[in-house]
Write a protein that binds this ligand. Structure first.
Ligand SMILES: Cc1cc2nc3c(=O)[nH]c(=O)nc-3n(C[C@H](O)[C@H](O)[C@H](O)COP(=O)(O)OP(=O)(O)OC[C@H]3O[C@@H](n4cnc5c(N)ncnc54)[C@H](O)[C@@H]3O)c2cc1C
Length: 320
């Protein structure tokens, strides 16, 4: 491998990884982002809770702006999926491998995110419903948009109950629907739902169609039409590379980090949804900024990165 050793390889080009890329490139470090192109932010039809965007912004546009900003300062971005991450503790180097190549780096930031589990429904229907706000995944993000609307929550356990109760403060019309079989809730959860006036419907349930700007859900108890449904089926956290490199996971199955975003493996850092947190753009960006500054400081503690003095001739040229 003749390529120079990178100061930092960032795996994941969502809000966390791209924020870190902007910081690190502006710290004059040699970095690369390798991104599988499946950022959750790309699914957002219009985010309205991100500060600084009073009229909202499409998730895909936000990502493009962040990529442009990172590239402007010298970051390289590859669209690839990293399949292997090896750590040579003796040399203090990481090697990452993907389909068409590989790279070595002194540090690695894993910003690999999570994937929401989808409800059983046709994929094309799902994507159209998501784009139209008929399927939503994040009541913290967009509960405001369902204010006083009819909302179905597809979930069964205490996670589904918690999501339904959260949404109840946006609308009085909330129904909890079991995804696969009859709802089987403990007495405490049943009492909470009853107290909040949340309806319960047995599954199996399947969103089957869009009709009159509503999403129609077929259940064991018949058809229901909602202005929006929220699947509350959990998510899968992308921790595989962290585990390959020897990083510990938290009890919740996320990559475990300290408050500076360091994992237990020296030189390996993590930020964003893959670390336990709010699963929000602002939080992912914040963690990306913290991680980048820690990486910079750790690299400089190993070996100072002093700038060379500007040559006299260059100085004369730029001064005229
Ligand atoms: C429908 C929807 C609406 C949302 N609305 C909002 C909102 O309005 N406001 C808000 O704040 N948040 C919202 N969110 C949440 C927000 O999108 C996430 O919190 C945010 O994208 C997390 O950023 P991240 O960088 O941690 O992960 P992601 O944005 O998910 O990016 C992770 C990236 O890592 C890549 N990756 C993973 N593994 C590998 C690998 N091995 N090799 C290479 N690349 C890899 C993935 O392909 C992906 O591109 C929403 C989420 C969804 C799904």
């Amino acid at each position: 491998m003749d390529e120079p050793i990178l100061d930092c390889l960032i795996v994941g080009g969502g809000p966390a990884g791209l924020t870190a890329a902007i910081y690190l490139a502006r710290f004059h470090l040699d970095i690369m982002v390798v991104d599988g192109g499946k950022s959750r932010a790309a699914w957002i039809p219009c985010t309205r809770n991100l500060s600084g965007f009073p009229d909202g912004i499409k998730g895909a546009e936000l990502l493009q702006r962040m990529r442009d900003q990172a590239c402007k300062y010298g970051a390289k971005i590859e669209t690839e999926f990293v399949t292997k991450l090896e750590h040579d503790a003796k040399e203090g180097l990481f090697t990452a491998t993907w389909g068409s190549g590989c790279a070595s780096a002194r540090t690695v930031l894993l910003a690999t995110g999570v994937t929401n589990r989808r409800p059983p429904m046709d994929e094309t229907l799902h994507d159209e419903a998501l784009a139209r706000g008929l399927v939503r995944y994040c009541p913290i993000c967009d509960g405001y948009e369902v204010t006083d609307k009819r909302v179905g929550v597809i979930g069964s356990d205490s996670h589904g109950v918690a999501e339904a109760l959260f949404i109840r403060s946006f609308t009085a019309d909330v129904t909890l629907i079991a995804p696969d079989k009859a709802l089987n809730l403990n007495a405490d959860d049943q009492a909470k739902l009853k107290g909040a006036g949340i309806g319960c419907v047995d599954g199996p349930a399947q969103a089957v169609a869009i009709s009159n700007e509503c999403i129609v859900v077929d259940t064991a108890e018949g058809h229901y039409a909602f202005d929006s449904i929220y699947p509350a089926l959990g998510s899968d956290t992308h921790t595989q590379l962290a585990e390959m490199a020897g990083a510990n996971l938290s009890p919740e199955g996320c990559i475990a980090v300290d408050r500076h975003m360091r994992t237990n493996v020296q030189g390996l850092y993590s930020a964003g949804d893959v670390v336990i947190g709010l699963d929000q753009i602002s939080h992912a960006m914040g963690q990306g900024g913290v991680a980048a500054t820690t990486i910079r400081n750790d690299l400089c503690a190993e070996q100072p990165r002093w700038r060379e003095p500007v040559q006299e001739m260059e100085q004369a040229g730029s001064g005229s």
